[in-house]
Design a protein. Structure first.
Lengths: 536, 343
């Protein structure tokens, strides 16, 4: 009975907050005033601006993915195979852009490439700004996913190839590359997935000239109040995403093929020759500059007021003097922190319940949840927001409720909580419990001494993820945030869309604050990570 | 004293334990020796209470343990993959069993320190498990199993993951520990050298059954059957017909009057299989038995020489460095009956 209750809560959560809104989107896209109406889909086919959005989504995602893979591979190799001072810190730093909110990354690139930008050339509203921001954003995916597997590949396999007469390049092509292929495919899938549904970056850096499907859904729904068309676009995007996720899953399954993996510490070594030193430090230098400069420029801009360096923009956050917001930005910070706490509690609770069900129950309830859990990842943030708007007026009208935003955020965060907790729960399952039992621990004590401490740490990691996700969430929030209760990303977006140095300066200041808070919660993750659980 | 009677565990159609029995007297080390997959690990899990049995019983000092859960048995098990708790330090791993026995404060600290001292890991208390080498993990696992002073210690291939030199050193250390602490222990391994050097008694296990049991010297001197002989690494097993104290083979005739019989086998004339230990084949200047050297391998101080004695029989001999015929040379030898076992 207890076990079924454990499964029932997350199941109800997913049905009400995810499946029901999704079904509503499908309904809205097909049915108008009680009758089947395929005009929205016809419009997608006939209107060139919509066709362009679909094409642009695929195009920019493909190009972003290719560039990210090529640029990220050397760093993946360096982090996987070389030992150098400050490696742990560097690795954590590389992850920061990936977890930063899209609006912060966009602010940084506005500061770097904007009209009065650091580089002095205005790349805003060009595809270059979008592509560079995407590479910046997803660099960590390649370094960590590919580097993660690379670090565990037995280097002696490569040595064996060398002994058999294969040169360096040949060894890479015929041995290393095929062994890495699952990780390469996984990394490429993730990058493609993220850039395909890119929203904030395109909206802010691409301007009106460029729109992905995601941006188009948002515009159709909020600017033109054309919910049918927005829903139809969401359905089209969902189909595309399902295909991508299917490919990703296929490769993830193959990844579990026995590769004779080694501990990472066994495969890394210090650079030896001059060439190796140059390569390692060159790659690290590039990584530092590429990932560090935009963020440093962002911080610099937040302090550079019209009357020299100072805290002017930060002070202005407390007032409505700028006039572009209904409330002072500091109010947005208070909102965001409140939402993030609620979202984190909900996400960790639902996530841990789901993970326990998946780990311990091998029947239909476990398998169904396992599948359900990952679906929000396959659904874009904007789709989730749209779904909330079209569905959650029944049975109770939640659309004006303050709970709506944290619930949407928790939905995005739950998959991360589950993915961090699941491997840990599974690893605790067998041997460690037996070892504890043999040492004299009764079952309840085993749970308290073994399961709980290990799972608690992973729950903390999941909480860090959830908190960071909630703080930075933009796509769904853009739909459902009420004008008088903005979150920080919404406030930053509004400030950035107004002209003037004061608005832009406040956006930089608020982005800096958001960046610091996000980095802190991610720092928590790195601190409490058990082994390599929670790698994506 | 541990007694296991008629233990049977089946995984589908495969029997991991098939009526297996085992007795471990107090303060004795019994080694269970067998090839991988013969059911050794299952045996330990059954004794520990981690695995249910279809039939059979485990008894301690005559009382059945079938309703005693693992944590009340007071047994220690050193897992093959060590299963150290990754979220705890070295000291906390070792302290775990002591805390379960309600040790606190100074006594706990002393218990941990003693256990770590015993395995030579003083100063490792605060290290985390992930940063230990294989040998160090092995020692932590041993210290963790020993710390609560279990009434029975079980070790599942404890040295299996380690390299040869380390293994040889640890065999010596373990042997010292066992006798110093007067441990009652079951030591599972596939390595006969480990088993013979550590155990008071050896049980050879084959497909979930006892193939042979005895003190190491006896098992070595008189393997129960051909399978055990081959498992122990004996290569020369030949067909013969025994009559009036002589064995007749396709390649010659030699006396076996003084030969040993496999345990439980009565001597009688007729067809038989013979085990000829390498030391039973003695080179002579002029012998009726002859063979052609087909290979010669230096084994450090001695040579292992393979000689072809008939079209389908090749025997192995050990020869000193002074008399070493090369490949292609003929060699004459006699059979010393003291090195022969009749099956």
């Amino acid at each position: 009975m207890g076990a079924y209750a454990l499964a029932a809560i997350p199941l109800a959560y997913f049905v009400y907050l995810f499946l029901y809104p999704l079904a509503s989107i499908l309904w809205v896209s097909l049915v108008l005033e009680g009758r089947l109406d395929l005009r929205p889909f016809a419009e997608i086919v006939t209107r060139s601006s919509l066709r362009a959005a679909i094409w642009f989504s695929f195009w920019q995602a493909t190009v972003s993915t290719l560039i990210t893979m090529v640029v990220g591979l050397p760093a993946a190799y360096v982090f996987a195979r070389y030992r150098f001072p400050g490696k742990g810190l560097m690795r954590a730093m590389v992850t920061i852009p990936f977890v930063l909110p899209a609006v912060v990354v966009s602010s940084a690139f506005v500061a770097l490439l904007g009209p009065s930008g650091f580089l002095g050339l205005d790349l805003r509203h060009t595809v270059w700004a979008v592509l560079i921001a995407h590479v910046f954003y997803n660099y960590a995916v390649v370094v960590r996913t590919v580097g993660g597997l690379w670090a565990h590949l037995d280097p002696r396999i490569e040595d064996a190839a060398r002994m058999l007469g294969a040169g360096r390049l040949r060894t890479f092509r015929e041995v290393t590359f095929p062994l890495l292929r699952p990780a390469l495919a996984a990394a490429a899938s993730i990058v493609f997935l993220f850039t395909f549904t890119s929203f904030g970056v395109i909206l802010i850096l691409g301007g009106l000239r460029y729109a992905t499907i995601e941006v188009e859904i948002y515009r159709q729904a909020t600017s033109f109040l054309h919910l049918g068309l927005a829903a139809a676009l969401a359905v089209v995007q969902l189909v595309g995403l399902t295909v991508i996720l299917f490919v990703y899953n296929r490769y993830q399954e193959r990844r579990s093929v026995e590769l004779g993996l080694r501990a990472a510490v066994e495969t890394e070594r210090k650079p030896r020759t001059r060439g190796e030193h140059a390569f390692v430090w060159g790659t690290l230098g590039f990584t530092g500059v590429f990932l560090g400069v935009p963020l440093l420029v962002l911080v610099e801009r937040s302090f550079r007021t019209t009357s020299g360096y100072g805290l002017g923009y930060y002070r202005a956050l407390a007032s409505t003097a700028g006039g572009s917001l209904f409330v002072p930005p500091v109010e947005a910070l208070r909102n965001s922190l409140g939402f993030a706490v609620v979202a984190t509690v909900v996400a960790v609770a639902v996530g841990l319940m789901s993970a326990s069900v998946i780990a311990y129950r091998r029947d239909w309830s476990g398998r169904t949840l396992d599948l359900l859990i990952m679906l929000p990842l396959a659904t874009s943030a904007v789709t989730i927001g749209l779904g909330f708007i079209v569905a959650l007026d029944r049975p109770v009208d939640l659309r004006t409720s303050p709970w709506l935003i944290p619930l949407a955020h928790s939905l995005v965060a739950v998959p991360f909580v589950v993915r961090t907790a699941l491997p840990v729960l599974r690893s605790v399952k067998g041997r460690l419990r037996e070892a504890a039992a043999v040492l004299g621990a009764p079952p309840a004590r085993v749970w308290r001494e073994i399961d709980l401490p290990i799972v608690a740490r992973s729950a903390l990691v999941g909480a860090g993820f959830a908190f960071a996700i909630s703080l930075g969430e933009f796509g769904a929030t853009a739909f459902i945030a009420r004008p008088d209760r903005p979150t920080v990303p919404i406030a930053i977006f509004r400030l950035l869309s107004r002209p003037g140095a004061v608005n832009s300066g406040q956006a930089m200041a608020l982005s800096t604050v958001l960046m610091v808070v996000t980095a802190l919660s991610i720092g928590l993750i790195e601190r409490f990570r058990v082994g390599e659980a929670g790698e994506f | 004293m541990l007694e296991a009677r008629g233990l049977t565990v089946r995984y589908g159609a495969v029997a991991a334990l098939d009526g297996f029995g085992l007795t471990v007297p107090d303060a004795r080390v019994v080694s269970v020796l067998g090839p991988s997959g013969c059911g050794k690990s299952t045996l330990l899990r059954v004794i520990a209470g981690l695995e249910p049995v279809e039939a059979g019983d485990v008894l301690w000092d005559g009382g059945s343990l079938s309703h005693v859960p693992p944590h009340r048995r007071g047994f220690g098990l050193m897992f093959q993959d060590y299963s150290l708790f990754p979220h705890l330090t070295v000291a906390d791993n070792v302290a775990f069993g002591l805390r379960m026995a309600h040790l606190k404060g100074e006594r706990l600290r002393v218990g941990v320190a003693e256990a770590l001292d015993r395995v030579g890991l003083r100063g490792y208390e605060r290290r985390s498990i992930g940063n230990l080498s294989g040998g160090e993990q092995q020692r932590v696992a041993l210290a963790r199993a020993l710390a609560p002073a279990p009434r029975l210690l079980m070790l599942d291939e404890p040295l299996g993951a380690l390299d040869r030199t380390l293994r040889e050193r640890l065999v010596g250390e373990l042997s010292g520990l066992f006798s110093e602490l007067g441990l009652t222990a079951v030591y599972v391994t596939h390595d006969q050298e480990e088993a013979f050097s550590l155990a008071d008694r050896v049980v050879i296990m084959r497909a979930g059954r006892v193939a042979q049991e005895g003190v190491p010297e006896e098992v070595w001197a008189r393997p129960a059957d051909e399978w055990v002989a081959r498992f122990l690494g004996f290569a020369n097993i030949v067909d013969a017909v025994v009559t009036d104290g002589y064995a007749q083979t396709a390649w010659g005739r030699f006396p076996v009057e003084a030969a040993a019989e496999a345990p439980g086998r009565a001597r009688r004339d007729g067809p038989a299989r013979l085990l000829l230990r390498t030391e039973a084949l003695v080179p002579t200047a002029d012998g009726a038995l002859q063979g052609l050297v087909v290979s010669r391998v230096f084994r450090g101080g001695r040579y292992r020489v393979e000689i072809q004695v008939s079209p389908d029989v090749v025997l192995q001999m050990e020869l000193g460095a002074e008399v070493t015929p090369g490949a292609g040379e003929r060699v004459a030898f006699a059979v010393d009956p003291a090195g022969v076992v009749v099956f």
